[in-house]
Design a protein around this ligand. Sequence first.
Ligand SMILES: CC(C)(COP(=O)(O)OP(=O)(O)OC[C@H]1O[C@@H](n2cnc3c(N)ncnc32)[C@H](O)[C@@H]1OP(=O)(O)O)[C@@H](O)C(=O)NCCC(=O)NCCS
Length: 187
Amino acid sequence: MEPIELGTKRLLLRPFSLNDIDDLIEYANSPGWERYLVNVPYPYTRQVAEKFLAMFLDTANWQQQGILANFAIQLEGKVVGEVYLNQQKYDRENERAEIGYSLSSLHWNKGLTTEAARAVVNWAFQTYSFNRLYATCDPRNVGSWRVMEKLGMKREGWLRNHVVWNDEVRDQLYYGILREEWRFNPP
Ligand SMILES: CC(C)(COP(=O)(O)OP(=O)(O)OC[C@H]1O[C@@H](n2cnc3c(N)ncnc32)[C@H](O)[C@@H]1OP(=O)(O)O)[C@@H](O)C(=O)NCCC(=O)NCCS
């Protein structure tokens, strides 16, 4: 797939490169970043960052992991977060994909993740034939489900004791937006 870049008012969304390693380590170590994340290795060392970036230089590996896109969020020349679009096997068969995001805590609550994710939702529905996009988060992660709601996603479920991470059993909220909802009211 061709490298995609998406511009928004304040941000450039573009592929990660190996040169982003210091920015990546910095935002992944910003205070509180990991609190509600699951399946993200922590502490976020240089080795973890190298592995993450290496994955994005290997397209075959991407596809194996079900990754359709992973945009670095660039703000004023610096990478401060990411937005990804994933599609596991059952998602592919069912014309749906998952969106996810994270941002350095130095920049929370300025609408930046919503701005970035909105561009990716629009791009995703325009580029693929998805019937729906979905996202999940920890119910305590209010900032995350607020982003989902601002994207026009609807809360579809509260999955109790759904994941175990760091010896903690956690609930997950499940949000989704249908293509027709997006078409008539793009975020
Ligand atoms: C979740 C996350 C991506 C949100 O990013 P952000 O750039 O701060 O999001 P936005 O500014 O676009 O929107 C956040 C909204 O949540 C609101 N919010 C945040 N914390 C809140 C709280 N404790 N109570 C009520 N509202 C809250 C903000 O006010 C804002 O809503 P508003 O625009 O209506 O005021 C960011 O906190 C993050 O990266 N966290 C770490 C990684 C992570 O958890 N990723 C998501 C995994 S599911």
